[in-house]
Design a protein around this ligand. Structure first.
Ligand SMILES: [Zn+2]
Length: 304
């Protein structure tokens, strides 16, 4: 059995290199089940979902991480959100005809940018990093993001299809401080050697292997001559944070005039969540209550 819907952390003993391997299965199918994505969009979204879980795993935060890809191309918007508890949701939007063969990410998004936002639960701090979209696939773009924002050499391998998405991340951490500059030079040189050997081994991984092999077995196959410590797998799951309270907030923001217009036209107001496809219904009584009550409007947060 493969490790379904899990994230595994691993370290190379004695080397400043760590990694994560993620498999999205039921969580991935839940994320896509209400959307008729063309294969190209679906696979790009799957790779982005796996990459977002991997990025979330490398960061110290308690809150919500949002990945957003925006550009003028056929795939004009892609959003994936992950919490520190490994809850995941995501959506992609596209227009027009898509080529049958998968185009590069740059062509699919028409350039544009990749934005990573981390909002902490305590709402005291917020981080945002933006990099231009480039490269063939999401993995290339993420490597650019890590180089620029984290300044840690990082490599990713990603794959996605109808049934699942998976990813492997390797990251080189700063070496421990040495006593002298000579020692520092020596440790940097041996660190370079270790890092390139590990990358070389990981480079033999094929996409079908990444998709099909359980995390532990995948790491044994790739790094059987290395001293790798693999930690217990942690569950990953799909969860949407939409709620009636949040939808009410959106409708109030829209204004009483517009909401009453919709009510007159259609007899009821329905708001459908684009992440989970849940429909939120408001009849005439609900709408009247919405604008009479003055209930506090929910904030823009919380995917627990
Ligand atoms: Zn939802």
């Amino acid at each position: 059995m493969r490790d379904s819907d899990t994230l595994r952390r691993f370290v190379f003993e004695g080397l400043p290199v760590r990694g994560y391997v993620v498999h999205l299965d039921a969580s991935w199918r839940a994320l896509t089940e209400h959307h008729a994505y063309p294969d190209t969009i679906r696979d790009t979204l799957g790779e982005a979902a796996a990459a977002t879980m991997l990025l979330a795993a490398t960061l110290k935060f308690e809150g919500l991480l949002t990945l957003q890809v925006q550009g003028p191309g056929p795939m004009h918007l892609l959003v994936v959100q992950a919490t520190h508890r490994r809850a995941l949701r995501g959506v992609a939007r596209w227009h027009g005809e898509l080529p049958l063969a998968r185009p590069s990410l740059t062509a699919l998004s028409g350039g544009g940018r990749l934005t990573v936002t981390v909002e902490h639960d305590d709402q005291r701090s917020r981080y945002q990093g933006v990099v231009p979209l480039s490269g063939l696939r999401i993995a290339d773009c993420f490597e650019g993001y890590f180089a620029r924002s984290e300044q840690l050499p990082t490599r990713l391998w990603l794959t996605a299809g109808a049934d699942g998405a998976a990813g492997l991340l390797l990251q080189r951490l700063p070496s421990g401080a040495s006593a002298s500059s000579e020692e520092l030079e020596h440790s940097a040189a041996s660190g370079d050697e270790d890092w390139s050997r590990i990358l070389h081994l990981a480079g033999t991984l094929s996409e079908p292997e990444l998709a099909a092999l359980p995390g532990g077995e995948l790491l044994r196959r790739l790094f059987h001559e290395e001293d790798v410590r693999v930690f217990e797998p942690q569950p990953v799951f799909f969860r949407c944070n939409c709620s009636r309270k949040r939808v009410s907030g959106i409708l109030r923001a829209l204004g009483t005039g517009e909401v009453h217009d919709i009510l007159r036209e259609r007899g009821a107001v329905e708001v459908r969540c684009e992440f989970c496809n849940r429909a939120w219904q408001y009849d005439a009584v609900d709408v009247a209550r919405l604008f009479a009550a003055g209930d506090p409007v929910d904030g823009p947060r919380a995917l627990q």
